[in-house]
Design a protein around this ligand. Structure first.
Ligand SMILES: Cc1cc2nc3c(=O)[nH]c(=O)nc-3n(C[C@H](O)[C@H](O)[C@H](O)COP(=O)(O)OP(=O)(O)OC[C@H]3O[C@@H](n4cnc5c(N)ncnc54)[C@H](O)[C@@H]3O)c2cc1C
Length: 493
């Protein structure tokens, strides 16, 4: 089996997994009022791969067999560019809501592939074979794989072994013949309740005292001892007219708890080699931030479109301050696209025959879109006006008495359809000022790591030697090599 259908994927989610939502155990995630929406959104990766018009983009051949392009090995710059195009189009088809059902798991698998080659350099290790075999299985069975990296972390000042409760970072508590036993919890695991498998990676670099926390593995979601507690879920009663995106396209996150979970050895990819944990964590972050800058492109485009249309339906498009604000949005999306393209064009060779998106452009792009996102939402809200949060709904427009009043008083410039005008305000509310709008703000800021994590990574990977060389050239002097810059910075979240 190489490509599954959406129905086969959804059927696979009915397996007795331990998922809790709104205080109750969920019997079937595909039927639950809130989780169903996320499950169906997740399933679109299978629907789109079956669309003949998208087959070229969404699939590729492996050993002659058609497989999901998410599993295409990133062996050259062109493969990276194809991945960015895939992620951008996939997100656009999800009405700008990303779909991590395969994206984040394959970011982890790409990182593990690079990590395996690095581990093999250090001597004989079982990890490369296990990772290759797991990747092969995921590809052949067309699995949806998510990623749990972010530990709950307790007191951020303390290292894992220093925490008051040793389980505040996920750790190995036993090693046996069958495998390892792990305890702990990972926060914010996107789509775990509606995926097939979860890969676990370390959050950060580990010291020798933290060797039990240097752990990476994969388990099926219905594994014994694994419990997922969902965050807030969408309103199941919301209509597509009033909530055009969040009523249909949402992701779900869980607190993912591992209570003495047994991981068989063939699924263990790191178990105690603390010196390798940091490399695995940062390699994943780079692949994942490249995915992030690609998936944000359709949203940047939507924001610009909303701003243009808001100005149009208010009759303000020609005003100079409006055009200046629109230019800000053009700049936002343009710089983001430039980073996506530069990250692929300047990709660096990684060990093991893969390429890594250029870390500096990848982190600059992620930092750019996250740090300026709230400002961009403000521009759209500014141009749209207060109707973003006060526009009457569909029922009022359809009402015998209210409909005529709304059409009369909420008409914009001549020629603008009042219903379309209202729908536009509801769309802007959905993405900027609803629960979902708030979610968008926080996920943009924190998803793929906090701003500080990107700043730190940018500085680590920037060519400071050339920069100092430029000073040396002008001064015609020899300058000392800068030392200690990265270590002077705080540990990122
Ligand atoms: C919607 C959503 C989806 C996500 N999906 C996933 C997922 O699928 N898988 C996954 O593994 N993770 C996921 N994440 C996690 C994401 O990567 C983290 O939110 C991010 O790394 C920040 O970690 P945190 O939330 O624990 O916040 P914190 O780490 O507590 O960060 C809060 C602030 O504290 C600062 N800080 C943290 N530690 C220190 C320190 N030692 N010294 C100084 N300052 C510090 C940070 O820079 C930041 O400003 C998701 C997050 C969100 C919001």
């Amino acid at each position: 089996m190489a490509l599954r259908t959406a129905d086969e994927f959804l059927a696979g989610l009915r397996d007795g997994r331990r998922v809790y939502a709104r205080g109750e155990r969920v019997a079937d995630v595909t039927l639950h009022s809130g989780l169903r929406i996320a499950a169906e959104h997740g399933a679109n990766v299978y629907e789109l791969a079956a669309d003949p018009d998208l087959r070229e983009l969404f699939t590729c051949r492996r050993d002659g067999e058609l497989v999901s392009r998410y599993y295409e090995p990133l062996t050259d710059r062109e493969a990276l560019e194809r991945r960015a195009r895939l992620i951008e189009e996939h997100t656009r088809r999800g009405r700008t809501t990303l779909n991590l059902t395969k994206a984040v798991g394959t970011d982890a698998l790409n990182a593990l592939t690079t990590f395996a080659a690095a581990a093999a350099r250090g001597g004989d290790t079982p990890y490369p074979e296990r990772i290759a075999s797991y990747l092969d299985r995921c590809t052949r069975e067309d699995l949806s794989v998510v990623l749990a990296q972010t530990d709950v972390k307790g007191d951020r000042r303390l290292r894992p072994h220093q925490q008051a409760d040793p389980d505040l970072y996920l750790r190995i508590v036993e090693r046996g013949e069958e495998g390892i036993v792990v305890n702990g919890a990972k926060a914010h695991t996107t789509m775990a309740p509606v995926a097939d498998e979860v890969i676990v990676l370390p959050t950060r670099a580990m010291a020798a005292e933290d060797a039990d926390y240097a752990v990476a593995f994969a388990v099926p979601i219905d594994t014994e001892g694994l419990t997922m507690i969902c965050g807030p879920l969408p309103d199941p009663g919301a209509s597509a007219w009033e909530a055009p995106i969040s009523s249909r396209n949402v992701e779900v996150e869980s607190l993912t708890v591992f209570d003495r979970v047994l991981v068989p050895w063939e699924r263990v990819f790191l178990a105690g080699e603390h010196e390798l944990a940091g490399m695995l964590a940062t390699t994943f972050a780079t692949y994942h931030r490249y995915t992030a800058i690609a998936y944000k492109l359709p949203f940047a485009e939507l924001l610009l479109g909303c701003a243009v249309m808001a100005a149009e339906v208010n009759g303000t498009l020609a005003a100079s301050h409006v055009r200046e604000k629109l230019a800000t949005l053009v700049e936002y999306g343009g710089l983001l696209r430039a980073c996506v393209e530069a990250a692929a064009r300047h990709a660096v060779a990684a060990v093991g025959g893969q390429v890594l998106p250029a870390p500096v452009y990848t982190n600059v792009g992620k930092h750019h879109f996250a740090s300026r996102f709230h400002e961009m939402l403000r521009v759209v809200q500014d141009l749209a006006g207060g109707l973003v949060i006060t526009a009457p709904g569909r029922d009022d427009l359809d009402g015998a008495e209210t409909g005529a009043l709304i059409r009369k008083y909420l008409a914009g410039p001549a020629g603008v359809d009042p219903e379309l005008r209202l729908r536009l305000f509801h769309l802007i509310r959905d993405i900027t000022a609803s629960d979902f709008g708030g979610y968008n703000q926080v996920v943009t800021l924190h998803g793929e790591g906090s701003l500080q994590a990107q700043s730190l990574q940018m500085l680590r990977d920037a060519d400071l030697t050339s920069a100092v060389g430029a000073v040396a050239d002008v001064l015609e002097a020899e300058l000392p090599t800068p030392r200690g810059l990265a270590s002077a910075l705080p540990v990122p979240g």
